[in-house]
Design a protein. Structure first.
Length: 378
């Protein structure tokens, strides 16, 4: 046969096992989708998940957006059981299995199939330490080859549990989707922004407690809160007790298509996330910090968990103690008083995203981690 007519060699198949995926909303969903898209340049990637694809006719999940286009991933929708995951692995016979987050159902199925890699974020493996299956769970996670996580903070927590030192593949952001807005007019009211699920660890209560002092200096200050969650009622009641309700807007769930515009309405992104050890609740990294930096916003973050790695202190934003409203007042006041410095931090953040903290870099690192014989450790 003429060499120019020979068929191209078949690409290896990689199966991504996950209980969370788009169109669900969250950092894990975004991370797996973006990483999967880039692995699809090398592998035939099949996502095996109980989360349905709205484009298949089954309809989107309530309150979520549609899959971005073009999507280069195949999806197989299965019941959320270890047996169903294992049966589909046997049917698909992938060369590689990537467990998308540390959950016993996924790890069991992968272990029965054979060799696998796994990603652990923070809350997933910490929550398992309080369950009856802790010993089995940790043994399954330790078998992952390689074990991957998203920050140095999560890596240290895994090692403290006696697990192998993982590879680190930090998240990224799409600098084409999140872009700076032309300079906001000085006469526009100064605006703080938080985007995230409304849970205690996000530190929104710390921001609310800082508002009385900030409003005394900046009377027209606005605070926009994008997202919803179980902590919303408590936060609304706190705003009422503090007398800051007129300055605060709870926006509820944000349509993914509207998210870039929301960042462009703000002057400062603030989310002083904390670790809630009693609830096994930590910020593994915080993609929203990168989205803000891509939008040229200076960031105020809590010096806690992985969020401390999503901000370059003094360069792209400021790190503060997460439970100290006075430090939040100090940081926000400094930035609001100095628009030149504020814009410089935002510009530095944008450069960091373009040069390093983007999904193309993350995809390359994940591919390197998964290649046979990879010995890279972070």
């Amino acid at each position: 046969m003429n060499q120019w007519l020979q068929p191209a060699p078949a690409r290896p198949r990689l199966v991504l096992l996950t209980l969370d995926f788009l169109p669900g909303v969250g950092g894990v969903q975004e991370y797996l989708y973006q990483i999967g898209q880039r692995l699809a340049e090398t592998y035939d990637v099949t996502v095996v998940t109980p989360i349905s694809d709205p484009l298949s006719g089954s309809g989107p999940l309530p309150g979520s957006g549609l899959l971005p286009e073009p999507a280069r991933l195949q999806r197989v929708v299965v019941p959320a059981t270890p047996l169903a995951f294992w049966q589909h692995l046997r049917h698909l016979r992938p060369a590689q299995v990537l467990v998308g987050h540390a959950h016993p159902r996924l790890l069991l199925a992968a272990a029965f199939y054979g060799r696998y890699s796994a990603i652990a974020y923070g809350n997933d493996f910490l929550a398992a330490q309080k369950r009856w299956h802790r010993l089995l769970f940790n043994r399954l996670l330790a078998r992952a080859a390689p074990l991957i996580t998203i920050s140095q903070a999560s890596s240290l927590r895994l090692q403290q549990l006696g697990l192998p030192k993982p590879l680190i593949v930090r998240p990224g952001v799409d600098p084409q989707r999140f872009t700076p807005f032309p300079r906001r007019l000085d006469e526009e009211p100064p605006t703080l922004l938080t985007v995230g699920r409304l849970v205690g660890r996000k530190g929104i209560d710390t921001v609310l407690q800082s508002l009385p002092a900030l409003l005394a200096e900046f009377p027209d200050l606005r605070y926009l809160i994008g997202g919803d969650g179980p902590d919303r009622q408590r936060l609304e009641q706190l705003a009422q007790r503090l007398g800051v309700t007129p300055a605060v807007s709870f926006l509820g769930k944000i349509d993914p298509a509207a998210l870039p515009h929301l960042y462009r309405q703000a002057d400062i992104f603030i989310m002083p996330a904390r670790a809630e050890e009693e609830n096994s609740s930590v910020e593994g990294f915080g993609i929203v910090y990168l989205e803000a930096s891509a939008s040229s916003l200076p960031v105020i973050a809590g010096h806690s968990g992985g969020s401390a790695e999503a901000v370059r202190d003094g360069q792209t934003g400021l790190l503060i103690p997460p439970d100290d409203p006075a430090r939040a007042v100090e940081a926000a006041s400094r930035l609001l008083r100095d628009p030149v410095w504020r814009r410089q931090l935002g510009a530095n953040g944008r450069c960091w995203i373009e040069a390093e903290m983007n999904w193309n870099r993350a995809g390359e690192e994940m591919l390197s981690a998964l290649l046979p014989g990879s010995g890279r450790r972070s």
